[in-house]
Write a protein that binds this ligand. Structure first.
Ligand code: PLP
Length: 447
């Protein structure tokens, strides 16, 4: 049998084949399309702003690998960098000069108005590893166990960060997944986002016990949850006043909403706060498995081999991933951000217009060039607000877009990702698909 003959003919056939040998047919749950229904797309190729499924359908892609494809899919410079690295060997289990080059590049980009966000960077392979290690590091540095996280923020799937809110403010969390031991979930306090009083109450309730607050720089995993003005700075000030650290999770926002991530946007606006540990993923690897955690030297130097906090990785700083990261960051100049920002602004306003024309109640939340739609009015400040919407309108909207050749995130609780490869033609195709999708959303009925 040739390779070609073994490729299934339809998305449905591909899904059936995968379900027989892969749990749920997927290697990451959102890909199963559980919240929109229908056959998940089986992708065989991506280029620029497009992806192609097994059936040969092309789509304008608004998933962008959940963010990494900032400069578009399979950018020739990135592909060439990876090919050249591959020809020199896939992995050495030893250091490479390119790792230091990437660290320098990142530290340099995260210097805004003369202020540095991080002095050092440790590379790992996934965002989950970066936040898990950041939490261990914060505990190791402070000698404390408890962690504050916010409801609706996602930090990967490590045990302690898959915790759900307990009953009431400032109570210890319960497991957010089967298999997470209760005592581990109970090391996490899950608080409502943008709620200063809840943060103050948690520090009052557990004096000297909280190691760190972990927060998405801007929430982007329950739809966009924008930090209220001054909220990030408040978190840093409050944590520091209590001897705790702040872990700023920029896995999604880093290098996407600005050259220096969400932190960079706030700095450009005159803010002067600085987190203790910053985590990166997604764009930093340009589509390859790469992530990292950075911070002040005196904190990062607690990691092994210098310090007592253990962390390691056979494939950490993998040469192909580092090559893709360097190539992507080198490409991501001001023009790239201008293009992404412009495309996002045009698509978001066209989306709003289309829904308005059909009388569909909606709210579009923005965090720089990231945005999400919610089927409700009013404002969204936290996870409860985000969930309080007519989310049943989204599957009809999603499938109407798909039928017109636009691939959206398969959940209303995900951001839409534009890339620098979304040229006028790609943006126009999205805009032309919106009215029919808005009509489908208007005609949808609660499940
Ligand atoms: C995607 C994401 C993670 C997890 O990264 P993985 O590479 O999927 O493990 C962590 N934090 C945030 C904010 C993310 O968006």
């Amino acid at each position: 049998m040739t390779t070609l003959n073994s490729i299934p003919l339809t998305n449905e056939q591909a899904a059936a084949r995968a379900r027989a040998v892969i749990p749920g047919g997927v290697n990451s749950p959102v890909r199963a399309f559980a919240s929109v229904g229908g056959a998940p797309l089986a992708i065989v190729k991506a280029q620029g702003p497009h992806v192609w499924d097994v059936e040969g359908n092309a789509y304008v892609d608004l998933v962008a690998s959940w963010g990494p494809a900032l400069v578009g899919h399979a950018h020739p410079d990135v592909v060439e960098a990876v090919q050249q690295a591959a020809a020199r060997g896939l992995s050495f289990g030893a250091s490479t000069p390119a790792e230091a080059e990437l660290a320098e590049l990142v530290i340099d980009r995260l210097t805004v108005n003369g202020a540095r966000a991080i002095d050092k960077l440790r590379l790992v392979s996934t965002g989950t590893e970066a936040t898990m290690t950041a939490v261990r590091l914060a505990r190791g540095v402070t000698g404390r166990d408890l962690i504050i996280k916010f409801a609706g923020h996602y930090h990967g799937h490590s045990d302690g960060l898959l915790a759900d809110a307990g009953s009431g403010l400032a109570t210890l969390a319960i497991p957010g997944s089967a298999g997470v031991p209760t005592p581990i979930a109970a090391q996490t306090l899950v608080l409502p986002y943008n709620d200063r009083e809840a943060v103050a109450a948690a520090f009052a309730a557990y004096p000297g016990q909280i190691a760190a607050i972990i927060t998405e720089a801007a929430g982007a995993n329950a739809g966009i949850l924008v930090p209220a003005d001054g909220f990030n700075e408040f978190l840093v000030d409050t944590a520091h006043a209590h001897g705790a650290l702040v872990i700023l999770d920029e896995v999604l926002t880093g290098f996407r909403v600005s050259p220096a991530g969400w932190w960079g946007l706030e700095q450009a606006d005159g803010a002067t706060w600085r987190a203790d540990i910053v985590t990166f993923g997604k764009v930093i690897g340009g589509g390859m498995p790469l992530a990292g955690l950075g911070g002040r030297a005196e904190i990062l130097d607690h990691l092994a081999p210098l310090g007592p906090v253990y962390q390691a990785g056979t494939l950490s700083g993998n040469p192909l991933a580092v090559a893709a990261g360097i190539a992507t960051l080198r490409l991501a100049d001001d023009a790239v951000y201008e293009r992404v920002n412009h495309a996002a602004a045009v698509v978001a306003s066209s989306l709003s217009e289309a829904l308005e024309d059909e009388g569909v109640e909606h709210l579009i939340s923005h965090a720089g060039n990231l945005f999400s739609v919610a089927f409700r009015s009013g404002t969204i400040t936290n996870y409860d607000d985000a969930r309080d919407q007519e989310s049943w309108r989204y599957p009809a909207f999603f499938h109407a877009m798909r039928e017109q050749g636009v691939s959206l995130p398969p959940s209303v609780f995900e951001a839409w990702f534009l890339t620098a490869a979304h040229d006028d033609a790609a943006v126009e195709q999205i805009i032309e698909a919106l009215p029919a999708a808005a009509r489908a959303a208007a005609e949808a009925e609660p499940a």
